[in-house]
Design a protein around this ligand. Structure first.
Ligand SMILES: [Zn+2]
Length: 348
Protein backbone atom coordinates (compact mmCIF):
# COMPACT_ATOMS: atom_id res chain seq x y z
CA UNK A 1 0.00 0.00 0.00
CA UNK A 2 1.29 3.45 -0.88
CA UNK A 3 0.94 5.68 2.12
CA UNK A 4 2.60 8.72 0.68
CA UNK A 5 3.00 10.03 -2.83
CA UNK A 6 5.11 13.03 -3.80
CA UNK A 7 4.38 14.54 -7.20
CA UNK A 8 5.28 17.64 -9.17
CA UNK A 9 2.93 20.42 -8.07
CA UNK A 10 -0.22 20.04 -10.19
CA UNK A 11 -1.98 22.59 -12.39
CA UNK A 12 -5.70 23.02 -12.96
CA UNK A 13 -6.37 23.61 -16.65
CA UNK A 14 -10.01 24.67 -16.23
CA UNK A 15 -11.10 26.69 -13.21
CA UNK A 16 -13.94 29.07 -12.38
CA UNK A 17 -12.98 31.52 -9.66
CA UNK A 18 -15.81 34.03 -10.15
CA UNK A 19 -15.24 37.56 -8.79
CA UNK A 20 -15.59 39.69 -5.67
CA UNK A 21 -16.59 37.94 -2.44
CA UNK A 22 -17.07 34.61 -4.14
CA UNK A 23 -13.53 34.73 -5.50
CA UNK A 24 -12.19 35.59 -2.05
CA UNK A 25 -14.13 32.70 -0.58
CA UNK A 26 -13.09 29.96 -3.00
CA UNK A 27 -9.63 30.82 -4.25
CA UNK A 28 -7.64 29.43 -1.30
CA UNK A 29 -8.67 25.86 -2.08
CA UNK A 30 -7.01 26.12 -5.50
CA UNK A 31 -4.12 28.45 -4.68
CA UNK A 32 -2.85 26.31 -1.78
CA UNK A 33 -2.50 23.19 -3.91
CA UNK A 34 -2.12 24.09 -7.58
CA UNK A 35 0.80 25.91 -9.16
CA UNK A 36 -1.25 27.41 -11.95
CA UNK A 37 -4.82 27.46 -13.14
CA UNK A 38 -6.43 28.38 -16.43
CA UNK A 39 -9.07 30.90 -15.37
CA UNK A 40 -12.39 30.73 -17.17
CA UNK A 41 -13.77 34.03 -18.52
CA UNK A 42 -17.53 33.49 -18.12
CA UNK A 43 -17.78 35.91 -15.24
CA UNK A 44 -20.52 38.53 -15.02
CA UNK A 45 -19.56 40.77 -16.77
CA UNK A 46 -17.44 38.45 -18.95
CA UNK A 47 -13.73 38.73 -19.73
CA UNK A 48 -13.73 39.75 -23.38
CA UNK A 49 -10.46 41.58 -23.96
CA UNK A 50 -6.84 41.76 -22.90
CA UNK A 51 -7.75 44.74 -20.74
CA UNK A 52 -10.53 42.82 -18.94
CA UNK A 53 -8.15 39.90 -18.42
CA UNK A 54 -5.50 42.22 -16.97
CA UNK A 55 -7.89 43.67 -14.38
CA UNK A 56 -9.23 40.23 -13.52
CA UNK A 57 -5.71 38.87 -13.11
CA UNK A 58 -4.90 41.69 -10.69
CA UNK A 59 -8.02 40.87 -8.66
CA UNK A 60 -6.98 37.21 -8.46
CA UNK A 61 -3.40 38.06 -7.54
CA UNK A 62 -4.60 40.36 -4.76
CA UNK A 63 -6.77 37.55 -3.38
CA UNK A 64 -3.92 35.01 -3.56
CA UNK A 65 -1.06 37.14 -2.25
CA UNK A 66 -0.74 34.87 0.76
CA UNK A 67 -0.01 31.91 -1.49
CA UNK A 68 2.57 33.78 -3.52
CA UNK A 69 3.37 31.00 -5.96
CA UNK A 70 -0.07 30.60 -7.50
CA UNK A 71 -0.19 31.79 -11.11
CA UNK A 72 -3.49 32.48 -12.85
CA UNK A 73 -3.33 31.91 -16.60
CA UNK A 74 -5.83 34.16 -18.26
CA UNK A 75 -8.37 33.49 -21.00
CA UNK A 76 -10.89 35.61 -22.87
CA UNK A 77 -14.35 34.61 -23.97
CA UNK A 78 -15.08 34.35 -27.67
CA UNK A 79 -18.29 36.08 -28.80
CA UNK A 80 -19.72 36.86 -32.21
CA UNK A 81 -18.21 40.33 -31.76
CA UNK A 82 -14.64 39.15 -31.14
CA UNK A 83 -12.32 40.46 -33.86
CA UNK A 84 -8.86 39.36 -34.95
CA UNK A 85 -7.58 42.65 -33.57
CA UNK A 86 -9.04 41.87 -30.14
CA UNK A 87 -7.27 38.51 -30.23
CA UNK A 88 -3.94 40.18 -31.08
CA UNK A 89 -4.40 42.67 -28.25
CA UNK A 90 -5.33 39.94 -25.79
CA UNK A 91 -2.26 37.91 -26.75
CA UNK A 92 -0.08 40.96 -26.23
CA UNK A 93 -1.65 41.40 -22.78
CA UNK A 94 -0.55 37.86 -21.88
CA UNK A 95 -3.78 35.95 -22.51
CA UNK A 96 -2.93 32.35 -23.39
CA UNK A 97 -6.24 30.83 -24.42
CA UNK A 98 -9.63 31.73 -25.87
CA UNK A 99 -12.79 30.03 -24.62
CA UNK A 100 -15.61 29.15 -26.96
CA UNK A 101 -19.05 28.65 -25.39
CA UNK A 102 -21.86 27.84 -27.80
CA UNK A 103 -24.66 30.33 -27.14
CA UNK A 104 -26.80 29.43 -24.14
CA UNK A 105 -24.98 26.22 -23.23
CA UNK A 106 -24.05 26.92 -19.60
CA UNK A 107 -23.64 29.61 -16.90
CA UNK A 108 -23.35 33.11 -18.45
CA UNK A 109 -23.13 31.93 -22.04
CA UNK A 110 -25.98 33.91 -23.60
CA UNK A 111 -23.41 35.92 -25.53
CA UNK A 112 -21.54 32.86 -26.78
CA UNK A 113 -20.77 31.62 -30.27
CA UNK A 114 -23.26 30.46 -32.90
CA UNK A 115 -21.81 27.10 -33.98
CA UNK A 116 -23.36 27.64 -37.41
CA UNK A 117 -21.13 30.69 -37.97
CA UNK A 118 -17.69 29.20 -37.24
CA UNK A 119 -16.77 29.42 -40.91
CA UNK A 120 -17.54 33.13 -40.92
CA UNK A 121 -15.33 33.60 -37.86
CA UNK A 122 -12.54 31.72 -39.61
CA UNK A 123 -12.95 33.97 -42.67
CA UNK A 124 -12.67 36.98 -40.37
CA UNK A 125 -9.26 35.59 -39.34
CA UNK A 126 -10.22 35.21 -35.68
CA UNK A 127 -8.65 31.74 -35.50
CA UNK A 128 -5.66 32.81 -37.57
CA UNK A 129 -4.99 35.54 -35.02
CA UNK A 130 -4.92 32.87 -32.30
CA UNK A 131 -2.53 30.80 -34.39
CA UNK A 132 -0.26 33.85 -34.90
CA UNK A 133 0.25 33.98 -31.14
CA UNK A 134 0.23 30.23 -30.56
CA UNK A 135 -2.88 30.58 -28.41
CA UNK A 136 -5.02 27.63 -27.41
CA UNK A 137 -8.71 27.43 -28.32
CA UNK A 138 -10.74 25.87 -25.49
CA UNK A 139 -14.18 24.60 -26.44
CA UNK A 140 -17.19 23.86 -24.28
CA UNK A 141 -18.29 21.18 -26.71
CA UNK A 142 -22.04 20.88 -26.31
CA UNK A 143 -24.78 21.72 -28.77
CA UNK A 144 -27.38 23.58 -26.71
CA UNK A 145 -30.37 22.62 -28.88
CA UNK A 146 -29.83 18.85 -28.85
CA UNK A 147 -31.03 16.28 -26.28
CA UNK A 148 -29.05 16.70 -23.10
CA UNK A 149 -27.15 13.40 -23.21
CA UNK A 150 -26.33 13.85 -26.92
CA UNK A 151 -25.13 17.44 -26.82
CA UNK A 152 -21.46 16.61 -26.76
CA UNK A 153 -21.27 14.20 -29.72
CA UNK A 154 -23.47 16.59 -31.75
CA UNK A 155 -20.62 19.11 -31.74
CA UNK A 156 -18.15 16.69 -33.36
CA UNK A 157 -19.08 17.63 -36.96
CA UNK A 158 -18.67 21.34 -36.13
CA UNK A 159 -15.21 20.76 -34.69
CA UNK A 160 -14.28 18.56 -37.61
CA UNK A 161 -15.28 21.39 -39.97
CA UNK A 162 -13.39 23.93 -37.88
CA UNK A 163 -10.20 21.86 -38.20
CA UNK A 164 -10.51 22.41 -41.95
CA UNK A 165 -11.54 26.09 -41.80
CA UNK A 166 -8.77 27.00 -39.37
CA UNK A 167 -5.86 24.84 -40.55
CA UNK A 168 -3.24 26.94 -38.77
CA UNK A 169 -4.85 26.50 -35.36
CA UNK A 170 -2.77 23.70 -33.91
CA UNK A 171 -4.00 23.39 -30.34
CA UNK A 172 -7.64 22.93 -29.44
CA UNK A 173 -8.86 21.61 -26.11
CA UNK A 174 -12.22 19.91 -25.72
CA UNK A 175 -13.06 20.90 -22.19
CA UNK A 176 -14.51 18.53 -19.58
CA UNK A 177 -14.94 15.60 -21.97
CA UNK A 178 -17.83 13.43 -20.81
CA UNK A 179 -18.69 10.88 -23.50
CA UNK A 180 -16.98 7.95 -25.14
CA UNK A 181 -17.69 9.35 -28.61
CA UNK A 182 -16.01 12.66 -27.91
CA UNK A 183 -13.04 11.01 -26.17
CA UNK A 184 -12.61 8.78 -29.21
CA UNK A 185 -12.81 11.79 -31.55
CA UNK A 186 -10.13 13.64 -29.56
CA UNK A 187 -7.86 10.59 -29.54
CA UNK A 188 -8.26 10.20 -33.28
CA UNK A 189 -7.12 13.82 -33.85
CA UNK A 190 -4.35 13.81 -31.27
CA UNK A 191 -2.09 15.94 -33.49
CA UNK A 192 -4.30 18.99 -32.82
CA UNK A 193 -6.84 18.08 -30.18
CA UNK A 194 -6.58 17.40 -26.47
CA UNK A 195 -9.19 17.10 -23.75
CA UNK A 196 -9.46 18.11 -20.14
CA UNK A 197 -11.09 15.62 -17.80
CA UNK A 198 -12.70 16.66 -14.52
CA UNK A 199 -12.61 14.74 -11.25
CA UNK A 200 -16.40 14.70 -11.05
CA UNK A 201 -16.86 13.15 -14.50
CA UNK A 202 -14.43 10.44 -13.41
CA UNK A 203 -16.27 9.96 -10.13
CA UNK A 204 -20.00 10.41 -10.72
CA UNK A 205 -22.51 8.94 -13.14
CA UNK A 206 -26.11 9.80 -13.96
CA UNK A 207 -27.15 7.27 -11.33
CA UNK A 208 -25.31 9.21 -8.66
CA UNK A 209 -26.96 12.42 -9.85
CA UNK A 210 -30.54 11.20 -9.98
CA UNK A 211 -30.73 7.45 -9.47
CA UNK A 212 -31.96 7.63 -5.88
CA UNK A 213 -32.45 11.24 -4.85
CA UNK A 214 -31.70 14.30 -6.93
CA UNK A 215 -28.29 15.63 -5.91
CA UNK A 216 -28.10 19.27 -6.98
CA UNK A 217 -24.40 19.53 -6.09
CA UNK A 218 -23.67 16.84 -8.68
CA UNK A 219 -25.48 18.77 -11.43
CA UNK A 220 -23.07 20.30 -13.90
CA UNK A 221 -22.60 20.85 -17.63
CA UNK A 222 -21.91 18.62 -19.40
CA UNK A 223 -24.16 16.43 -17.28
CA UNK A 224 -22.33 13.39 -15.85
CA UNK A 225 -22.96 10.40 -18.10
CA UNK A 226 -23.29 6.61 -17.93
CA UNK A 227 -20.79 4.28 -16.32
CA UNK A 228 -19.78 3.07 -19.78
CA UNK A 229 -18.89 6.63 -20.83
CA UNK A 230 -17.03 7.00 -17.57
CA UNK A 231 -15.03 3.81 -18.18
CA UNK A 232 -14.02 5.22 -21.56
CA UNK A 233 -12.78 8.43 -19.96
CA UNK A 234 -10.63 6.33 -17.65
CA UNK A 235 -9.35 4.23 -20.53
CA UNK A 236 -8.32 7.24 -22.60
CA UNK A 237 -6.70 9.12 -19.74
CA UNK A 238 -4.69 6.03 -18.82
CA UNK A 239 -3.58 5.47 -22.42
CA UNK A 240 -3.22 8.90 -24.02
CA UNK A 241 -1.10 11.93 -23.20
CA UNK A 242 -3.77 14.14 -24.78
CA UNK A 243 -6.08 13.77 -21.78
CA UNK A 244 -5.14 15.95 -18.84
CA UNK A 245 -6.68 17.42 -15.74
CA UNK A 246 -8.97 20.44 -15.62
CA UNK A 247 -11.29 20.54 -12.62
CA UNK A 248 -14.07 22.77 -13.94
CA UNK A 249 -14.63 23.56 -10.27
CA UNK A 250 -17.56 25.98 -10.52
CA UNK A 251 -18.91 27.50 -7.30
CA UNK A 252 -22.41 28.86 -6.98
CA UNK A 253 -24.07 30.38 -3.93
CA UNK A 254 -25.96 27.73 -2.00
CA UNK A 255 -29.38 29.18 -2.80
CA UNK A 256 -28.64 28.84 -6.52
CA UNK A 257 -27.77 25.14 -6.18
CA UNK A 258 -30.46 24.06 -3.73
CA UNK A 259 -33.27 25.55 -5.75
CA UNK A 260 -36.12 24.60 -8.08
CA UNK A 261 -34.01 25.91 -10.92
CA UNK A 262 -30.58 24.59 -9.97
CA UNK A 263 -27.50 26.25 -11.45
CA UNK A 264 -25.05 23.96 -13.29
CA UNK A 265 -21.63 23.52 -11.72
CA UNK A 266 -19.86 21.29 -9.23
CA UNK A 267 -17.64 23.04 -6.72
CA UNK A 268 -14.86 20.51 -6.29
CA UNK A 269 -11.75 22.59 -5.56
CA UNK A 270 -11.44 21.67 -1.85
CA UNK A 271 -11.48 17.92 -2.48
CA UNK A 272 -9.68 17.50 -5.78
CA UNK A 273 -6.36 15.92 -4.91
CA UNK A 274 -7.70 13.60 -2.18
CA UNK A 275 -10.48 12.49 -4.53
CA UNK A 276 -8.15 11.98 -7.49
CA UNK A 277 -5.64 10.02 -5.40
CA UNK A 278 -8.47 7.85 -4.08
CA UNK A 279 -9.82 7.16 -7.56
CA UNK A 280 -6.44 6.54 -9.17
CA UNK A 281 -5.62 4.11 -6.39
CA UNK A 282 -8.93 2.31 -7.00
CA UNK A 283 -7.94 2.05 -10.68
CA UNK A 284 -4.51 0.76 -9.71
CA UNK A 285 -3.10 3.80 -11.53
CA UNK A 286 -1.43 5.94 -8.87
CA UNK A 287 1.68 5.99 -11.04
CA UNK A 288 -0.27 7.89 -13.75
CA UNK A 289 -1.64 10.55 -11.40
CA UNK A 290 1.38 12.84 -11.68
CA UNK A 291 1.35 12.76 -15.48
CA UNK A 292 -2.36 13.50 -15.52
CA UNK A 293 -2.40 16.39 -13.03
CA UNK A 294 1.12 17.81 -13.28
CA UNK A 295 2.82 17.02 -16.59
CA UNK A 296 0.57 16.62 -19.61
CA UNK A 297 -1.28 19.94 -19.36
CA UNK A 298 1.88 21.99 -18.96
CA UNK A 299 3.44 20.11 -21.87
CA UNK A 300 0.41 20.73 -24.07
CA UNK A 301 0.31 24.44 -23.21
CA UNK A 302 4.04 24.66 -23.92
CA UNK A 303 4.89 25.76 -20.39
CA UNK A 304 7.53 24.50 -18.00
CA UNK A 305 6.33 21.95 -15.52
CA UNK A 306 6.24 23.24 -11.94
CA UNK A 307 9.54 22.87 -10.09
CA UNK A 308 8.24 22.14 -6.62
CA UNK A 309 6.24 19.20 -5.35
CA UNK A 310 3.28 18.33 -3.17
CA UNK A 311 2.88 15.24 -1.05
CA UNK A 312 -0.29 13.23 -0.75
CA UNK A 313 -0.60 11.11 2.35
CA UNK A 314 -2.83 8.17 3.04
CA UNK A 315 -3.53 7.42 6.67
CA UNK A 316 -6.25 6.16 8.92
CA UNK A 317 -7.98 9.48 9.32
CA UNK A 318 -10.64 10.03 6.69
CA UNK A 319 -10.41 13.26 4.76
CA UNK A 320 -12.95 15.71 6.11
CA UNK A 321 -14.19 18.59 4.02
CA UNK A 322 -13.76 21.61 6.26
CA UNK A 323 -15.58 24.09 4.19
CA UNK A 324 -18.96 24.60 5.74
CA UNK A 325 -18.17 27.41 8.09
CA UNK A 326 -19.39 30.92 7.46
CA UNK A 327 -22.27 32.53 5.67
CA UNK A 328 -24.75 30.18 4.02
CA UNK A 329 -25.03 32.51 1.08
CA UNK A 330 -21.48 31.59 0.21
CA UNK A 331 -20.70 28.38 -1.63
CA UNK A 332 -19.74 25.07 -0.15
CA UNK A 333 -18.14 22.16 -1.97
CA UNK A 334 -19.81 19.33 -3.75
CA UNK A 335 -20.63 16.88 -0.98
CA UNK A 336 -19.14 13.46 -1.42
CA UNK A 337 -21.23 10.43 -2.13
CA UNK A 338 -22.92 9.10 0.99
CA UNK A 339 -20.80 6.59 2.82
CA UNK A 340 -17.70 7.37 0.81
CA UNK A 341 -14.56 7.81 2.84
CA UNK A 342 -11.37 9.33 1.50
CA UNK A 343 -8.18 8.51 3.33
CA UNK A 344 -5.90 10.64 1.17
CA UNK A 345 -5.10 14.24 1.91
CA UNK A 346 -2.58 16.83 0.86
CA UNK A 347 0.22 17.18 3.40
CA UNK A 348 0.62 20.78 4.59
ZN1 LIG B 1 -16.25 25.31 -16.95
Amino acid sequence: MNDSLTITRPDDWHLHLRQGRMLERVVAASAQVFGRALIMPNTDPPILSGLDAGYYKQEILRATEKWGKFKPIMTIKLTMNTTARMIHEAAEAGVKAVKLYPTGVTTNSQDGVDLGRLKEMAENLVFDAMADHDMVLCIHAEHPLQPVLEREPYVIPFINALLGWAPRLQRIVIEHVSTERMAQFVASHSDRLAATVTAHHLYLTLDDLLGEELKPHYFCKPVVKTSSDQSSLWWYLLHSDNFFFGSDSAPHALHKKEACSCAAGAFTAPILLPLLAHMFEQHDALDTLEEFVSHRGADFYGMERNYDTITLVKNNHPFVVEYNEGNDELPRPMPLRNGETIYWHVAR
